[in-house]
Design a protein around this ligand. Structure first.
Ligand code: DLL
Length: 414
C-alpha cells in the first residue's frame, strides 16, 4: 500500500538528519552481520585490526577495506553469503571479469525489500494501479526482468512479462493491451522506436512513462524517446551486487537520480587513490548494501563514474542524487544492457590454438542496436591460404564464444 498519493514510503521524505541516523544504524548492523557471518569479511577486517565497534561515526567507514568484483570471483559461488543456503530463495548472476559470473543470493526478506525499493521508483515517476506495465527486459539471470516485475505487481499495475526481442509482437502487444508504461534498455527502446515508425503505428500507442537503464544513455536519446513515444523518459540505475535495478532512479524533476540512502551507504572516491573526492566532484561510486540479509556487501567499487549532488530536490525527497553515469573506471563494455569485459573475450580466444596474440573488439550500432565484431589474428603457421580453412576457424571461434560466454551471445542474437 502506498504511503500517500505522491510517495510510496515515508522514508523517501525523512528529514535529512533522521535519514542519516537511520543509515548509520543500518551500516553498523550490516557490518556486524558481515563480520559475524562471512568468513571473507571477518578476515579482511582482522587484517586491518578492525572490529564493528571501531566504526563510531559515518566517516569511519573509510577504515573498512573495499570489496571488488575480483572478490566475487574468489568467493564463487556462495562464499559471500551471510546466511545458510537454506535461507536463500533466489539467485541472480552478472558477468564477471573472466569465466566466472558474480553470484548474488536473496532471502525471502531481501526479495520483499527489493520489490519495495523498485516499487518506490516506479511510484515516484507516476506508475499507479490500473497502469499497463510492459516489462521489456530479460527475465533470465539478469536482475532487470524479475526486479521490475515484482515491483509492478506490488503497485497493482497490470504487469506484462514481455521479455526482450520479437519487436513487432512487442509493439502489437502495446497496441492491443493499451500499454501505458514500458521498461527497457534505452538502446532497445530506440530500436522499438524505429520499428514503430516503419509500421506507422505511433498514433495507436497509449504510452505515458518509459523507464530506461542498465546501460549509459544521453539527454539526446531521452529527447528522441520522449518525442517518438510521447512519454516522459526516466533514467534507472542499479547493479546486481546491490540487488539489481532500483538503486537510483530519476524523479519527475529529471534532475539526477535519487539514490536511496536508507538502503545504501554512498561514497564517491578517486578511482586511482580510493580517497573520497570533494563535494560535487566526479569520482567512482562506492556502495555498501545496508539492508541485504543474504549478502551485506561492504564498500563495493562499482566502477561507475558519477557526481553526487546533495542539494534539496523540488520533489521533496531528501535522498541525494547522482548525475547520469558518466563512464567506467575500468574497461567494462555494456552491449545491449549486458556487461562485457574484454578480458572475457580474451579468455575465450586464447584457448584456441590457431588464434594469434592480437585481437580487436569493434562496436557499432545498427538500427539502434549494438553490434560487436571481434577481429582475430591468425597464427602464421596455420595459415594455409585456403579460404575454407579460415571459414572453418571462424565457425569454431563463434561456437566457442557461444559455449563460454553464453549470456552475452544469447542476448545479442535477440
Ligand atoms: O544492469 C541492473 C539494472 C537492470 C539496472 C535494469 C537498471 C535497469 P548489472 O547487469 O549488474 O545490473 O549491470 C550493472 O550496468 O555497474 C553500470 O555500469 C551499468 N548501468 C546500470 N544502469 C545504468 C544507467 C543492471 N542507468 C552495471 N546508466 C552498472 C549507465 C548503467 N549505466
Amino acid at each position: 500500500m502506498p504511503w500517500n498519493d505522491e510517495y510510496w514510503e515515508k522514508e523517501e521524505v525523512l528529514p535529512k538528519k533522521e535519514l542519516e541516523e537511520l543509515q548509520f544504524k543500518r551500516l553498523k548492523n550490516a557490518l556486524t552481520r558481515a563480520y559475524d557471518h562471512v568468513e571473507f569479511y571477518r578476515r579482511r577486517l582482522k587484517e586491518v585490526n578492525l572490529t564493528p565497534e571501531d566504526i563510531k561515526r559515518p566517516e569511519d567507514i573509510v577504515k573498512i577495506p573495499f570489496t571488488t568484483r575480483e572478490h566475487f570471483a574468489q568467493n564463487y559461488p556462495f562464499g559471500l553469503f551471510a546466511v545458510p543456503k537454506d535461507k536463500i530463495v533466489r539467485i541472480h548472476t552478472s558477468s564477471g571479469t573472466s569465466g566466472k559470473p558474480k553470484v548474488v543470493g536473496y532471502t525471502a526478506k531481501d526479495i520483499e525489500t527489493w520489490a519495495n525499493i523498485v516499487a518506490r521508483c516506479l511510484y515516484m515517476v507516476g506508475v499507479r494501479k490500473g497502469d499497463v506495465f510492459q516489462n521489456i527486459s530479460n527475465y533470465a539471470f539478469f536482475t532487470g526482468g524479475l526486479g521490475f516485475h515484482f515491483a509492478g505487481e506490488r503497485i497493482g499495475a497490470i504487469t506484462i512479462p514481455a521479455g526482450v526481442g520479437n519487436t513487432e509482437r512487442q509493439i502489437q502487444c502495446m497496441i492491443d493491451f493499451g500499454t501505458t508504461v514500458v521498461h527497457a534498455t534505452p538502446s532497445y527502446a530506440l530500436h522499438i522506436k524505429e520499428v514503430v515508425e516503419e509500421m506507422g503505428v505511433a498514433d495507436k500507442l497509449k504510452l505515458r512513462i518509459g523507464c530506461f537503464g542498465a546501460e549509459p544513455w544521453s539527454e539526446n536519446t531521452r529527447k528522441r524517446l520522449e518525442d517518438a513515444f510521447n512519454i516522459k523518459a526516466y533514467d534507472s540505475y542499479g547493479l546486481s551486487e546491490m540487488n539489481g535495478p532500483g538503486v537510483a532512479f530519476e524523479c519527475k524533476e529529471q534532475q539526477g537520480l535519487h539514490i536511496w540512502a536508507d538502503h545504501y551507504f554512498i561514497e564517491v572516491v578517486d578511482p586511482k587513490t580510493g580517497e573520497p573526492v570533494g563535494e560535487g566532484e566526479k569520482g567512482e561510486l562506492v556502495l555498501t548494501a545496508l539492508t541485504k540479509e543474504a549478502m551485506p556487501i561492504l564498500r563495493y567499487r562499482t566502477g561507475d563514474i558519477t557526481i553526487l549532488e546533495n542539494e534539496k530536490c523540488a520533489c521533496g525527497r531528501t535522498h541525494p542524487r547522482l548525475l547520469r553515469i558518466l563512464g567506467r573506471s575500468d574497461d567494462m563494455l555494456i552491449i545491449r544492457g549486458i556487461n562485457v569485459f574484454p578480458s572475457q573475450i580474451e579468455h575465450v580466444l586464447m584457448q584456441i590454438p590457431e588464434v594469434g596474440d592480437n585481437f580487436q573488439i569493434m562496436l557499432t550500432r545498427q538500427n539502434g542496436l549494438d553490434e560487436i565484431t571481434v577481429r582475430v589474428e591468425v597464427r602464421d603457421e596455420i595459415f594455409t591460404g585456403e579460404i575454407w580453412d579460415l571459414k572453418e576457424l571462424q565457425q569454431r571461434i563463434q561456437e566457442r564464444s557461444t559455449g563460454k560466454a553464453k549470456r552475452v551471445i544469447d542476448l545479442r542474437s535477440v
